[in-house]
Design a protein around this ligand. Structure first.
Ligand SMILES: Cc1cc2nc3c(=O)[nH]c(=O)nc-3n(C[C@H](O)[C@H](O)[C@H](O)COP(=O)(O)OP(=O)(O)OC[C@H]3O[C@@H](n4cnc5c(N)ncnc54)[C@H](O)[C@@H]3O)c2cc1C
Length: 391
């Protein structure tokens, strides 16, 4: 019941940290309340785990301190993780924009982490609830449904609140608060956004329509695909911008960022004046979306009917359509949790609390939230590695 290191949470960060500490000779115990370990990794990336991004930089993370992640990311790079998976013969491919996925099932990554932990003699116990953490003169006591364990170093790796169905809880934030550490307000991120019932009525005919576009909010832009759903908006463009969106904000949508719609419409008016506006729009946009735009703007005539004011209105709409989501789908479907343990409380090199020696925070529980595209796992590996070397 006495360990050098106890890690609460056997997710990506916890398993990486355990393997590193174990292989350095520490006696390590990993505790998790989930019945099945590694579920989030198994379902990640559509079952293929987008395990890193070749372009990972601190700029790809949202945090009160955008420099905080630099140290850990600099000392454990995407190439270090590639080298690890290649040792296990895990085949991978680059999908786009530096995003690396397994060729086969994501379970291979879970199996690899278990093998790495076994090399370090790590004990992993699932289905154990933590009821209390106590400070002792030489470390910590962890009171659980399986008895009490003591350790010199306690690593909090229990992630954020996203997807409670597979084990997410707020325990990591509670532990931080128990020890007087500040927690930056948390919110669902990388999450689909919803419409009010009035707007849904308007957009319901578009459910299932996907469109490549530029979405903007607070001066941040993403050029990705957007999907209309039965609840609102989703797809990579919306997941990305959801991390920056706040309740009450509008999103600005440019439906074809590489086109100068003003010039296109003037040319179409000259060349196709007798064609219906929605038919011409359908050359550039999905047909159902083109129909919806013509109806919404009350433009049921031909291109030749568009006078200067209407041309300007249509161009403005196509280049900066303002939509106001009413909320998000919340932690039920969010890929990550924004906010978390304040980085000002943590040593960026070791992930150890500055005020409570021996207490570490790694992975998503920290106020470091990656964009969509493999960045969150890279942060889990890198912060886990950083803590594992010293815990
Ligand atoms: C559907 C989905 C797909 C994703 N796909 C990708 C992707 O392809 N690429 C990418 O980079 N990121 C992806 N992410 C994000 C990524 O999975 C997380 O950022 C990452 O797993 C965080 O790692 P972590 O170890 O910090 O936390 P987690 O992986 O969440 O692990 C935390 C662990 O702590 C345990 N725990 C929680 N509360 C308690 C408690 N009270 N007591 C004991 N144990 C507890 C949990 O059971 C869990 O095992 C995805 C997320 C989701 C939800």
């Amino acid at each position: 019941m006495k360990f050098d290191v106890i890690i609460i949470g056997s997710g990506a960060a916890g398993m990486m940290c355990a393997a590193v500490a174990g292989q350095l000779g520490q006696r390590v115990l990993v505790l998790d309340h989930a019945k099945k370990i590694g579920e989030k990794i198994r379902i990640s990336g559509g079952g293929r785990c987008n395990f890193t991004n070749l372009g990972t930089q601190s700029e790809n993370f949202i945090s009160q301190n955008r420099h905080f992640s630099k140290s850990a990311l600099g000392r454990y790079s995407p190439h270090d993780f590639i080298e690890l998976i290649e040792r296990y013969g895990i085949a991978w491919h680059e999908k786009s924009k530096g995003q690396l996925f397994c060729d086969g099932p994501a379970q291979q990554i879970v199996d690899m982490l278990f093998a790495e932990m076994a090399l370090g003699g790590v004990e992993v116990r699932a289905n154990i609830a933590v009821s209390e953490i106590q400070k002792t003169p030489d470390g910590f006591r962890v009171v659980t449904t399986d008895g009490q364990y003591t350790c010199t170093s306690l690593v909090v790796a229990c992630g954020g609140k996203s997807i409670p169905k597979i084990g997410a809880s707020g325990l990591g934030f509670d532990i931080a608060r128990q020890f007087g550490l500040k927690v930056i307000e948390t919110a669902p991120a990388l999450v689909p956004l919803t419409f009010s019932s009035a707007d849904l009525e308007h957009f319901k005919a578009l459910a299932g329509v996907a469109v490549p576009l530029r979405v903007s909010c607070h001066g941040i832009n993403f050029d990705e695909d957007m999907l209309f759903t039965h609840r609102g908006l989703s797809g990579p463009a919306i997941l990305q911008i959801s991390s920056f969106w706040r309740l009450g904000d509008y999103l600005s949508l440019n439906l074809h960022p590489e086109l100068d719609f003003g010039a296109v419409l003037r040319r179409e008016k000259q060349q196709s004046g007798r064609r219906a506006i929605q038919t011409v729009l359908a050359n550039y946009l999905p047909k159902r979306l083109a129909q919806m735009i013509a109806q919404k703007l009350d433009f049921d005539g031909n291109m030749a009917d568009l006078d200067g004011a209407k041309m300007a209105e249509l161009t403005g709409f196509l280049e900066s359509w303002q939509v106001k989501p009413s909320g998000s789908e919340g932690y039920r479907t969010a890929e990550v949790t924004r906010g978390g343990v304040d980085t000002a409380e943590i040593n960026a090199k070791t992930m150890e609390s500055k005020s409570v020696p021996g207490l570490f925070f790694i992975g998503e529980v920290v106020d470091v939230t990656g964009w969509l595209g493999g960045y969150n796992f890279q942060w889990a590996w890198a912060s886990g590695q950083a803590a594992g070397q010293v815990a």
